[in-house]
Design a protein around this ligand. Structure first.
Ligand SMILES: [Zn+2]
Length: 230
């Protein structure tokens, strides 16, 4: 008989693989996987963040998008990560242009991640879907492919059906502080909805976890099938 509850698998190893986090906007990476990134870093894994858009879309009129770049740099510093990579695609109008696809292919090849975090390909935000299209097209330009890479889709605007979970009880405070560094964005002033999702997700695991991040994990070939823009 099937188990009463199909719980996601709890991930407990964080230091063994190089990590690439692909984030459409400056804050998605912390919303979707900030607590998990902190665990990878604490375990000694190299973590690189790749921002797809220039961040110009969600700022007051005439505000300088450099504000959001600087916020992302502050978060990277706070977490002990290296300088983020900014691809500066058009915020709110991301698409698989040649420039963006080439840049992503280059970074995928350079970083050769063991694990790549991406926004869920069915997320409600158009740029988040388009980010997956860029990655898919980039994959077609890689001669060696990333056959052994694990893809973990994170949730931002849309909850997903998770097959893995990460207990971020130990890092939720770091995540909260990082969200508050994104001062130009709503998450800095009202992080409660994000923490509420993490709190809710704690029901997905057994034991004393208070906050959990959930993901849909796929092997690279399966991810490419699912994210194929057709
Ligand atoms: Zn976003």
């Amino acid at each position: 008989m099937a188990p009463l509850l199909e719980q996601p698998r709890l991930v407990t190893q964080f230091g063994e693989q190089t990590v690439l986090v692909v984030s459409p906007h400056m804050d998605d990476e912390m919303i979707g996987c900030g607590g998990t990134i902190a665990l990878h870093i604490a375990a000694g894994a190299p973590v690189t963040t790749l921002f797809m858009s220039d961040g110009a879309g969600n700022l007051p009129e005439n505000a300088d998008p450099a504000v959001r770049h600087n916020e992302a740099r502050s978060v990277a510093d706070f977490f002990g990560m290296g300088e983020p990579i900014f691809l500066n695609g058009p915020d709110t109008a991301l698409s698989p242009t040649d420039d963006l696809v080439d840049a992503v292919a280059t970074h995928l090849s350079d970083v050769a991640p063991g694990i790549i975090y991406v926004p869920w390909f069915h997320d409600a935000h158009r740029d988040h879907v388009a980010t997956n299209h860029v990655i898919w097209h980039a994959s077609q330009r890689l001669s060696d492919g990333l056959a052994d890479t694990i893809v973990r889709c994170y949730e931002v605007w849309s909850p997903l059906v998770a097959n893995i979970a990460v207990d971020i009880t130990a890092t939720i405070n770091r995540k909260l502080l990082a969200l508050q560094l994104y001062r130009s964005q709503f998450v800095a002033h009202d992080p409660a909805p994000i923490l509420g999702l993490n709190r809710y997700r704690s029901m997905a695991v057994s034991g004393p976890a208070t906050h959990v991040e959930c993901f849909a994990e796929y092997c690279w070939p399966r991810y490419l099938e699912l994210a194929n823009p057709g």
